[in-house]
Design a protein around this ligand. Structure first.
Ligand code: PLP
Length: 395
């Protein structure tokens, strides 16, 4: 399809118009049905239009949609309690997207630096990771050291340096007394599905503690059950100082959040940060419904139960088509298959779409499979069957 006349061309021209979703399936305006393993880029955690989620939104919309944060919002308070229960002692601040979560985290880092030095410009730097993706705002872009993200928008926000993910020495060299925070994705998503290793996270924690820097983890893509843990970092046992989340939390209703541990949560005081929409009654109702569904349907348990067989069959595909698949990475329902030769990820993603399977290309020549947490073993197996047909056709 062409770009629509009245829309800016910042996205590629779409392949089809999406008009309806139901569970793990998406439908276009020609009535074609797709097995949606992109989930709107890791968003529709409980699938499309889950009846409980729809009912919660409808009921809340008819009761109170928005009131601003000038007033207390019981649903927001309940949601914050639930996120604290998942994360540890601390407090939560709501916003509307992943980039906004990260913006708030970067502001937290600056407040921390000011708090410990008494000055604004002494300890304000952030050490992030090469190949990261943290969003398109000025803070997010500055933490995303990629020409395709930063190009055209310089000068960037000052004070960001970059270590190699899983190379503790490279972070060791960068963290000093000007560092306010270390900020990384627990599993790099857009960069090509690179998980941070448990040891690396634990060593990073120790370095941050020793040098007085906050450890802030971006769980925007890998969080809310996708990895088989509520947060992907929980596998390692590491205790971060702050967490950013969005995407799967609202499952399609925009909401973002940061959790910050005590005592750093006290750094935000009346007037220091805010948002008109963040954590609105409607957004909170959607996210509470998502957490209800995840609990009631035991979706994290089912990601844990269903992933090994699915991973094994994807691994078998890699062995069957070594000339097209160079490897597999990820956790739970966040899997990257590394394609070869260069550019094959785009070809396979387009061919998959034509065969009724939606997947998402990522950096380093990867195709990403990001099914909703409700995906059944049969639906997971169907994704493998479709990919098998495609790789066979490209052999
Ligand atoms: N952080 C990570 C790890 C992401 O994957 C994304 C989006 O893909 C973002 C931040 C930005 O989120 P949003 O697009 O909601 O602003």
């Amino acid at each position: 399809m062409e770009h629509h006349n009245s829309l800016m061309k910042n996205y590629g021209a779409p392949a089809f118009n999406a008009v309806r979703g139901d569970g793990v399936y998406l439908y276009d305006d020609n009535g074609n049905k797709y097995l949606d393993f992109g989930s709107g880029i890791a968003v529709t955690s409980v699938g499309h239009s889950h009846p409980k989620w729809v009912a919660a939104i409808q009921q809340q919309a008819a009761t109170l949609t928005h009131c601003s944060n000038l007033y207390g919002i019981p649903g927001q308070q309940k949601l914050a309690d639930r996120l604290v229960a998942q994360s540890g002692p601390g407090r939560v601040l709501f916003c509307n997207s992943g980039a906004e979560s990260n913006e708030a985290l970067i502001k937290l880092a600056r407040l921390h630096g000011k708090n410990v030095t008494g000055e604004e410009s002494k300890r304000y730097k952030v050490v992030a990771a090469k190949n990261a993706f943290h969003g398109r705002t000025f803070g997010g872009m500055a933490a995303t050291p990629q020409e395709k993200i930063q190009g055209g928008f310089r000068p960037m926000l000052d004070g960001f340096t970059f270590g190699e993910l899983n190379n503790i020495e490279s972070f060791d060299k960068l963290i000093d007394d000007s560092t306010a925070a270390v900020f990384i994705e627990s599993i790099q998503g857009e960069g090509g599905v690179f998980p941070a290793e448990a040891n690396f996270l634990l060593e990073l924690r120790a370095l941050c503690t020793e040098r007085g820097a906050l450890l802030m983890l971006d769980e925007v893509q890998c969080g809310i059950g996708r990895s088989g843990h509520f947060f992907a970092f929980q596998k390692s046992g590491v205790k971060p100082d702050a967490i950013g989340m969005a995407k799967g939390l609202g499952a399609g209703f925009p909401i973002g959040a940061i959790w910050v541990s005590e005592p750093y949560a006290e750094l935000f005081q009346p007037g220091s940060h805010g948002t008109t929409f963040g954590g609105s009654p409607l957004a909170s109702a959607a996210a509470n419904a998502v957490l209800d569904i995840i609990e009631e349907e035991q979706l994290i348990e089912s990601v844990v139960a269903n992933s090994p067989a699915w991973h094994q069959s994807l691994q078998a595909l890699a062995e069957k088509y070594p000339e097209q698949i160079a490897g597999m990475r990820g956790a739970g329902y966040m899997v990257g298959l590394v394609m070869k030769p260069e550019g094959h990820n785009l070809k396979i993603a387009a061919a998959a779409r034509d065969k009724g399977l939606l997947i998402v290309p990522a950096g380093h020549n990867v195709i990403r499979l990001l099914p909703a947490l409700i995906a059944t073993p049969e639906q997971l197996a169907e994704s493998v069957t479709i990919l098998d047909t495609l790789f066979a056709a490209h052999s």
